[in-house]
Design a protein around this ligand. Structure first.
Ligand SMILES: CC(=O)SCCNC(=O)CCNC(=O)[C@H](O)C(C)(C)COP(=O)(O)OP(=O)(O)OC[C@H]1O[C@@H](n2cnc3c(N)ncnc32)[C@H](O)[C@@H]1OP(=O)(O)O
Length: 164
């Protein structure tokens, strides 16, 4: 089962040949295309079993467009070169407004610096906008301020965390 197609719009990131990578929703077959290896560049963790991947994929797919994982597939190699996710939060405030949360953005180390990360983030933002979100927010380390500023974000408030 595939997640719904994100809203398509003009591709950002002039540094990348738009045909070199196909940005699309995550598919079940992406497990064998290096999706989890790519995520390990974001946060090292033990490899996922196929069952775990399928089970989480099904949970997310059931949320429809409220949880979109995008990947960028390298047209030449078929490998997953970048990924990112956006979750749509449904609020009571703001007349039952919705907020997009961008998470888990990563570009393969060999493909960085060519505009692919920006393209993925802009597509996630477009999806949130198309679903009526009044804002999109994310947490990142201070070193990434410049990257997210390039993607159109501005610094606001303070991130707090409590880990278990
Ligand atoms: C909400 C979250 O998920 S936060 C976690 C973010 N992910 C990570 O930290 C994982 C490791 N890092 C990566 O995967 C990548 O380096 C990313 C995703 C941060 C950036 O992806 P890239 O494809 O390399 O970035 P991209 O080439 O699209 O850069 C777009 C612009 O941002 C700039 N930029 C990229 N990284 C940085 C940075 N760390 N600091 C400042 N500017 C940056 C680029 O120079 C470029 O500017 P330009 O258009 O003037 O040339």
């Amino acid at each position: 089962m595939e997640q719904p197609q994100a809203a398509m719009a003009s591709e950002a990131g002039a540094g990348v040949d738009a045909d070199a990578y196909r940005i699309r929703p995550l598919e079940l077959g992406d497990l064998s295309k290096g999706f989890c290896d790519l995520l390990a560049q974001l946060s090292p963790s033990a490899p996922l079993t196929e069952d775990s991947f399928r089970s989480r994929f099904a949970e997310l797919a059931a949320l429809g467009g409220d949880h979109l994982v995008l990947v960028a597939e390298d047209a030449g190699t078929g490998r997953i070169a970048a990924a990112g996710a956006v979750l749509v939060e449904r609020k009571f405030i703001r007349r039952c407004g919705t907020v997009g949360h961008v998470e888990d953005v990563v570009v393969d180390a060999a493909a960085r610096g060519r505009g692919l990360g920006e393209r993925v983030v802009r597509r996630l933002v477009e999806h949130a906008s198309a679903r009526g979100c009044y804002k999109v927010i994310l947490n990142c380390t201070p070193e990434l301020r410049g990257f997210y500023a390039k993607c159109g974000f501005m610094e606001k408030n303070v991130q707090m965390g409590l880990y278990f």
